[in-house]
Design a protein around this ligand. Structure first.
Ligand code: PLP
Length: 420
């Protein structure tokens, strides 16, 4: 295959595997594609940020001049990565323990600050001690857990919009995908799998990362019980944003104690890095010893103690969650009033669905000219006809900043006729 001839319509997915091509040759091809994107002003990735992760960020523009941009790309939803008390907790822990844990948890890298965090996470989700396990990323919380649990005799049945980490975790087992939030398809898959596999694990997100919409958890749980399947839910984008006390989608639906395995990340509403699993104490002990990425990789650094403080702030300072909710309602209303399609979002992820990938790239560029940093999301992150601008809101954005983004959309909408 001559990839070069199709650069115009190519995506990163085309370079995953090119038949007959060596790995360095394939890397060369990808580099040629990157150059093509840069030369055609279509390269939106790995922009260097010169400032803290706040509502405004500083970048160097194509003219080589520094530019302040409104930050609509951060998942630091509550702004906790910048909260003085969260930073102090992380700094104090580094002062006491240093910058690294030194080894993996099973062989000397497990500290009292990890224990404290795991205890607090159990408490946060209303579970007894021993029900949580901390991983070094949200990605591994999913991939490592799934890899440890599912083998050739089992099947993972997942919503096709789940995160890449779920797909990676299921590489060694059987898989079946169902269309996003489609209960009929899920039921068909469950029926089909009913007597064929040892374990059936249904995997969904609480809030989906590209659409910001919520899973039909109650109905899915009912189907799982009907067909003898287990349910795993990743609430990376729901925790901190959804639920009266910020416990996420499961608090909102009053199902916190009903799900077999809950996963989440510490990199979004907790303002740090890491991930966690909540399950029964037996399952947590199983993962401690059977998850290779947990057992054979260094434990989280002492800076993770910032999360302990963030967990306390969920209850001590609900104001951040309330501000975020006000921002979500204000921004969503502004966009829908213009006739723009934000889909079914109910979270801090706000997509503006455009469809056409070229138009979406154009919108991304125009927003940058207005001083607004928002990501165009293209295939393969979404299907080819479902390109969109994806934005994330933070509690620390103010009305003036979001108003500026709405004005930019108003102008672009008139110019490019985005509204249906
Ligand atoms: C739904 C979902 N799960 C897991 C992850 C991975 O989390 P992390 O970036 O903390 O590794 C992400 C990351 O964006 C996500 O969107």
């Amino acid at each position: 295959m001559n990839v070069k001839s199709t650069f115009e319509n190519a995506s990163f997915k085309d370079f995953e595997n090119i038949p007959g091509m060596g790995i360095f040759e394939r890397a060369k091809e990808l580099n040629a594609f990157l150059l093509y994107l840069k030369e055609n002003n279509r390269h939106h990735y790995r922009k260097i940020n010169y400032d803290m992760s706040g509502p405004m960020v500083r970048h160097i523009g194509p003219d080589g001049k520094e530019k302040e941009l409104l930050n609509l790309v951060s998942n630091d939803y509550l702004g906790f990565s910048q909260h003085p008390a969260v930073k102090k907790a992380a700094i104090d822990s580094i002062q006491q323990y240093g910058t690294g844990a030194g080894s993996s948890p099973l062989i000397g890298g497990h500290y009292d600050y990890h224990e404290e965090l795991e205890r607090k996470l159990c408490h946060f989700f209303g579970r007894p001690e021993g029900c949580s396990l901390v991983f070094t990323t949200g990605y591994t919380a999913n991939s490592a857990t799934l890899q440890a649990l599912l083998q050739k005799e089992d099947i993972a049945i997942m919503d096709m919009a789940v995160h890449a980490s779920v797909y990676e975790g299921c590489l060694l087992t059987n898989t079946k995908r169902f269309l996003h939030n489609n209960l009929e398809m899920l039921e068909m898959a469950l029926k089909d799998a009913q007597f064929k596999y040892r374990n059936k694990l249904v995997i969904i997100d609480g809030i989906y990362s590209q659409d910001g919409d919520m899973a039909h958890v109650r109905e899915i749980l009912q189907l799982c019980r009907q067909y003898g399947a287990l349910l795993m839910l990743d609430d990376a984008h729901g925790i901190g944003v959804i639920g009266a006390n910020g416990r996420g989608v499961l608090e909102h639906l009053d199902l916190l104690q009903e799900i077999d395995i809950i996963t989440g990340t510490l990199s979004k509403s907790f303002g740090n890095i890491g991930g966690f699993v909540i399950s029964s104490p037996e399952m947590i002990a199983f993962l401690q010893y059977q998850s290779r990425q947990y057992a054979f990789s260094a434990a989280a650094t002492p800076a993770i103690s910032g999360v302990v403080k963030a967990l306390e702030l969920f209850d001590e300072e609900p104001i951040w969650r309330h501000r975020l909710r006000e921002n979500i309602e204000y921004f969503k209303k502004g966009l829908t009033d213009m006739g723009l399609d934000v889909g079914n979002t109910c979270s801090a992820i706000i997509p503006v669905k455009i469809g056409d990938p070229h138009k979406t790239g154009q919108v991304g560029k125009m927003l940058l000219e207005f001083g607004i940093y928002a990501n165009p999301i293209l295939y393969p992150a979404v299907s080819k006809k479902d390109a969109r601008i994806r934005m994330s809101l933070m509690a620390t954005h103010n009305c003036e900043q979001l108003g500026k983004a709405l004005e930019a959309f108003e102008f672009i909408n008139k110019k490019l006729e985005l509204a249906n």
